[in-house]
Write a protein that binds this ligand. Sequence first.
Ligand code: 13P
Ligand code: SF4
Length: 356
Amino acid sequence: MGLTILDPDERGAVTIPARQRPSVVGTAADRAVAADAELAGLGQYEVLAGIDRLRQERGAMVLAHNYEAGAIQDLADVVGDSLELARRAAASDAELIVVCGVHFMAETASILCPDKVVLTPEPDAGCSLAASVTAPEILEWKRAHPDGVVVSYVNTTAEVKAVSDLCCTSSNATNVVASIDPDADVLFLPDTALGLHVERATGRRLHLWLGECHVHAAISYDDVAERARRHPGAELLIHPECRCAGDCLRAVEDGSLPIRGLTVASTGGMVAHARGNESEVALVATEVGMLHRLRKESERTRFVAVRDDAICEYMKAITPAKLYRTLRDLEYPVEVPPGIAEPARRALEAMVAVSP
Ligand code: 13P
Ligand code: SF4
């Protein structure tokens, strides 16, 4: 039985050269545009071809998170996890970056790229986890632990990052915490489940904020066990934001979960794992957009969602029609005031420097 708590070395992002990008005619992107009443008059082909034309005319790079709808993933230049998207934005020479992901991802790109224009197709694409902590709450927490090192998950607002010492993503959280003086108190926020994962992986006790993502918190151990019963011998991929990850690890160890192997990984880690994977069936405990990405990576394996309704409505608020409008009208710019961006950039640059 393979049991891995991983943050694999190999990153899972893909860059799709424009010439090799598959035709979107007849795909989910095609259907999504057809269903958009406001753009119906334009014709879906014009919208889809328009995305390509405008992207070239404007010299734009389109980044998409692994949870985006399949249509958006198929239209993007780069598809990846939070860390990879931040790194690709920072390294890009494009003057215009469109982030198809939730608001904190666009904010992160904007902070890391102060000289570039960063746009989001949907300014209301929030994140329940990022909403679970505010900067004044952290300052209050720090008063109780004045020497504590504040490590913020990247799923936070720019204001929260600005009062943090370091940021991390789910793919490098363990290494970020391991890089801190072992005698220091670490205040880890906002995701309790990710903090517990880091505690298990490092053997270190952290002060944990009580925050959660509504999508991952809804995936229970019973959901995993029920899917495992239906697919005996399948392997399990689980995102560390899932509260039930600890129960799954214990159940694998005592033999009560009949699976072939368990991997706790970020979305990029899941992609890297799928590339070298021989399993017939893999159960996937995270947001369902991940399945589109995994199915493209490995045709050998059948990927099955642990919960079909694990849908992040914020990620899915971005549609091809909105992406088209963004490129056409240059809306909506994401800007962070310098007084917040500068301290937040220090914490983010420290994050980008730590490998997964
Ligand atoms: P990753 O960093 O694994 O891509 O996760 C981002 C996220 O929002 C998970 O809910
Ligand atoms: Fe935020 Fe959860 Fe959506 Fe990820 S899945 S962006 S943590 S609400």
